[in-house]
Design a protein around this ligand. Structure first.
Ligand code: FPP
Length: 234
């Protein structure tokens, strides 16, 4: 399966990915878990590049959940380092390629160095619009929904669906069309629950560090063969 198999007129606008399996990928190679995260970062570079080439407009990547704080401090530190490295290595390219970075989640509690780096990346890419790259960091969907609800209550508002959507981190973006979860697990893990109401769910046993272009194309091809009814008949 390659790019020529994809129907250009029926691409998913918004793809979300739960990048799972880094740890197991590394363990299978008798390497420390962080080795898997490092390889996983290379797949982030690839999937952004591939999404641009394919013509995907919105890409949401789950990099760090609100539950990931339960991991050993060393692994957390490494994941923060990887974020910094990703921005250091990729930012210039992202700027010229037209990628706009958007953060999903509350970054205010991250180490100061990481916050500064992220803010710099947000500012540098703010005028881009070819691909919106949502990076979820310290993100949880329930927390996101509660934040929106509390915000509305504070303002004494009764909201329409559209107004509610615009209180989420994905404001002004279309719903997720296709969720991809590599790594063998079949669950949503508190990722974009509201935005995935009508998403097609694609699960793959491939670990994220092995999830290269052909795997992405397989997922999109599968999506294009789904019959999306949105509750209606066809
Ligand atoms: C899940 O695999 C993966 C994570 C918690 C981290 C994902 C982060 C990256 C791919 C790094 C770079 C990200 C960006 C945006 C630069 P796991 O550790 O739960 O794997 P396991 O289930 O095999 O243990």
């Amino acid at each position: 399966m390659d790019l020529s198999n994809l129907d250009q007129d029926r691409l998913p606008k918004h793809i979300a990915i739960i990048m799972d399996g880094n740890g197991r990928w590394a363990t299978n190679r008798n390497k420390p878990r962080v080795f898997g995260h490092n390889e996983g970062m290379k797949r982030v570079v690839d999937v952004v590049e591939n999404s641009l080439n394919i013509g995907i407009k919105y890409l949401s990547l789950y990099a760090f959940s609100t539950e990931n704080w339960k991991r050993p401090q060393k692994e957390i530190d490494f994941l923060m380092q990887i974020l910094i490295k990703y921005i250091d290595d990729q930012l210039n390219k992202l700027v010229t390629q037209g990628v706009k970075i958007n953060i999903l989640g509350d970054i205010s509690v991250l180490p100061k160095k990481v916050i500064q780096k992220i803010e710099y990346a947000l500012d540098s890419t703010k005028d881009n619009n070819k691909l919106i790259l949502n990076i979820a960091i310290n993100y949880g969907s329930r927390q996101e929904i509660l934040l929106a609800v509390n915000n509305a209550i504070e303002n004494g508002q009764i909201l329409t669906e559209n107004e509610f959507s615009n209180l989420l981190y994905t404001r002004n973006q279309p719903d997720v069309d296709l969720l991809i979860r590599p790594g063998g697990e079949k669950r949503l893990s508190n990722f974009l629950l509201y935005q995935m109401s009508y998403a097609e769910l694609y699960f793959s046993d491939t670990y994220w560090p092995d999830f290269k272009l052909d795997s992405l194309v397989d997922a999109i091809y599968w999506y294009q063969n789904r019959n999306r009814r949105f509750g209606g008949l066809k």
